[in-house]
Ligand binder design. Structure first.
Ligand code: AMP
Length: 248
């Protein structure tokens, strides 16, 4: 029996649907970051990207950043304990209370189990289990997306030299800044990251699939079509999750 039913059902405000804690899964380059941003705009809940949090630590030269830097540039995963603690702190911030979009976490089964355990503690709002969406894109398409990706360091706009190039090579259309390439967006590192993804993240997919908290979205479609599919899947998954919990 639940004691606080309002907090144990869909994180809804008025008639507005809120998806609660959401996990976006997918290989490097499937568009998790882009799709997360669209959900942030739609629902007004924050995106939590462990890759961004780690890169922030590297940029600030923190002890954690120093530890993570070499591992990240090799395409391997940073220790579970480091990322788990980072997420634990982040989830205590007030802006997560209406829900959040996890991007790139959990990436291992141990991280998934840690997250499931952690958010059952009543201090974490909303009191709902994570629902997971996996974005699926073909290997060749991913390779082009990754090795062609360039980012504006100033306005953060993302380009692709194959599919969405800037007007002038390597220069941001909006502010003229020189575009940068992430050091792990090269082909050898991509191959390593794909191996890591297949080995470590497949059990995470199985974990959420087995519990009926999982859906797949075809990431080869347009950005808008992928977003629409994800939003529909979130409504369906959250409804199914609420029904299961109510019938217990
Ligand atoms: P991303 O920006 O999500 O592609 O992550 C870039 C790199 O950061 C990965 O290749 C890993 O080295 C590291 N990283 C990000 N998230 C995690 C995580 N949940 N667990 C372990 N390592 C991570």
């Amino acid at each position: 029996m639940t004691t606080t039913p309002a907090l144990h059902s869909t994180a809804q405000e008025g008639n507005e649907f809120l998806p609660g804690p959401v996990l976006l899964l997918g290989a490097p380059g499937v568009g998790k970051g882009t799709q997360a941003q669209l959900l942030v705009t739609k629902y007004g809940i924050p995106q939590i990207s462990t890759g961004d949090l780690l890169r922030g630590n590297i940029a600030r030269g923190t002890e954690l950043g120093l530890k993570a830097k070499e591992i990240m540039s090799s395409g391997h995963l940073v220790d579970d304990e480091i990322v788990n603690q980072m997420v634990l702190y982040r989830l205590q911030e007030q802006d997560t209370h209406r829900g959040y979009i996890l991007d790139g976490y959990p990436r291992t089964l141990d991280q998934a189990k840690f997250l499931d355990r952690t958010i059952t503690d009543p201090i974490f709002l909303p009191r709902l289990p994570v629902i997971a969406i996996s974005i699926v894109v073909s290997y060749d398409q991913l390779l082009q997306r990754i090795t062609g990706r360039r980012t504006c360091p100033t306005c953060k706009h993302i380009y692709n030299i194959y599919s969405n190039p800037p007007k002038v090579v390597d220069v941001c259309d909006f502010d003229g800044a020189a575009l940068t390439q992430r050091s792990d967006d090269t082909e050898p590192v991509f191959v390593e990251r794909m191996k890591t993804f297949d080995a470590q993240t497949a059990p995470v997919v199985a974990h959420y699939r087995d519990q009926g908290r999982f859906a797949e979205a075809d990431g080869n479609l347009s950005m808008e079509a992928v977003s629409t599919a994800i939003q529909q899947a979130l409504v369906d998954l959250r409804r199914a999750s609420d029904l299961r919990r109510a019938s217990r």
